[in-house]
Design a protein around this ligand. Structure first.
Ligand code: ASP
Length: 347
């Protein structure tokens, strides 16, 4: 039997960084350094080819153009590989995973993002386990010869998570990611324990469709007690603004004040889509639970339900690009699951 083939895309991030002797800070290094630190790659029963970003980046520099570049790499190589592993900095990994999940429609192969908290060249690195297990998971097939995890995922520290449900939860610990509103897809202990029921089932017969365009005229803002109308007014006046992810309190609540109503009316007149995502890390927005949420619903604010901020923001960018002149389509699709990013309520 031939070995599974995996394409490893090295974008940068801590995993491949080294210390700059002059500044003492970590900076991205080329992939050859990475390979020198990881001779184990040779021992994997998998054929791995590598593409690298030139230059490799700190993931703080990730942007929609680079997401499109990544989606293009996957499209061009889709038929030649069984799966894809993207080495990525942890800081914006959840945004990239969310963006890719919307760009890659009808995906039937694994796209697994991983990285590390300590560079691969360091003695206590978490990078080796993350990369090796990430590759193993991307190569796995079931008895019918289909990918076991045909979706965009993040693998980190023993947990395989749906990409568009993931959030970076820890700047220091090895357990850097979690999907607080969705079960893990697999727990990788001594053995792999797949939670098959929670893994996305694609339409296996549909060909991959790549929609790499993103409209970046989207912003995220958080309510705080005492928030000033003039600041919100300024945000809503930004030219070309297409959407706002508004981080509200609890189950989607905001102060019921006259100026807030006025500004929401103004946003609606400008066709700016406002999506309500809670500041709570767990649970769902339910705007009809309190009067403090109901007034938002009545003004046309859309419920982000149990979406992460990362998924809501990238989905807004994606839909705004797909429907540049049709705000009603953007609004309608925001409430539905496109790639398993939210839990649709039973009618
Ligand atoms: N600043 C780094 C990055 O996101 C952090 C990391 O990789 O963990 O590229």
């Amino acid at each position: 039997m031939s070995k599974p083939r995996i394409l490893l895309v090295y974008t940068g991030g801590t995993i491949g960084m080294g210390i700059n002797e002059r500044t003492g800070a970590l900076e991205p290094l080329r992939f050859s350094h990475f390979l020198q630190a990881m001779p184990e790659m040779e021992l994997l029963g998998v054929e791995v080819d590598v593409i690298q970003f030139d230059p490799p980046i700190d993931s703080c520099e990730m942007d929609p153009k680079l997401w499109a570049h990544l989606a293009g790499i996957i499209r061009e190589n889709y038929d030649r590989y069984d799966g894809f592993v993207v080495l990525h900095g942890t800081d914006t990994m959840a945004y990239t995973a969310s963006a890719l999940s919307f760009m890659l429609r009808h995906l039937t192969k694994p796209v697994i993002l991983t990285g590390s908290q300590l560079p691969i060249g360091m003695l206590r690195t978490d990078g080796k386990e993350n990369v090796i297990t990430g590759i193993e998971l991307a190569a796995l097939k079931n008895a019918e010869g289909r990918a076991v995890v045909p979706e965009v995922c993040i693998y980190f520290n023993g947990s395989l998570l749906r990409g568009n449900r993931s959030t970076k939860i820890n700047a220091d610990g090895f357990e850097a990611f979690d999907s607080l509103n969705y079960p893990h897809l697999c727990d990788a202990g001594v053995e792999f324990t797949f939670h098959t029921h929670h893994i996305f089932t694609p339409d296996w017969d549909k060909p991959l469709e790549v929609n790499p365009e993103m409209d970046p005229n989207v912003l995220v803002f958080s309510l705080i007690p005492g928030i000033q109308p003039s600041l919100v007014d300024h945000l809503l006046g930004i030219p070309h603004l297409r959407g706002i992810v508004m981080r509200t309190y609890g189950s989607g609540n905001a102060p019921h004040l006259e100026w807030m109503e006025r500004l929401l009316d103004r946003a609606a007149r400008r066709n700016v889509v406002i999506v309500n995502v809670s500041q709570c890390l767990r649970g769902s927005v339910q705007m009809d639970r309190y009067e403090a949420g109901l007034h938002l619903l009545n003004k046309g604010v859309i419920s982000g339900q149990d979406c992460t901020v990362e998924a809501a923001a990238t989905k807004l960018m994606h839909l705004s690009a797909l429907y540049p002149n049709d705000v009603e389509q953007v609004r309608a699709h925001m409430t539905r699951s496109l790639a398993g990013e939210l839990t649709e309520k039973c009618p």
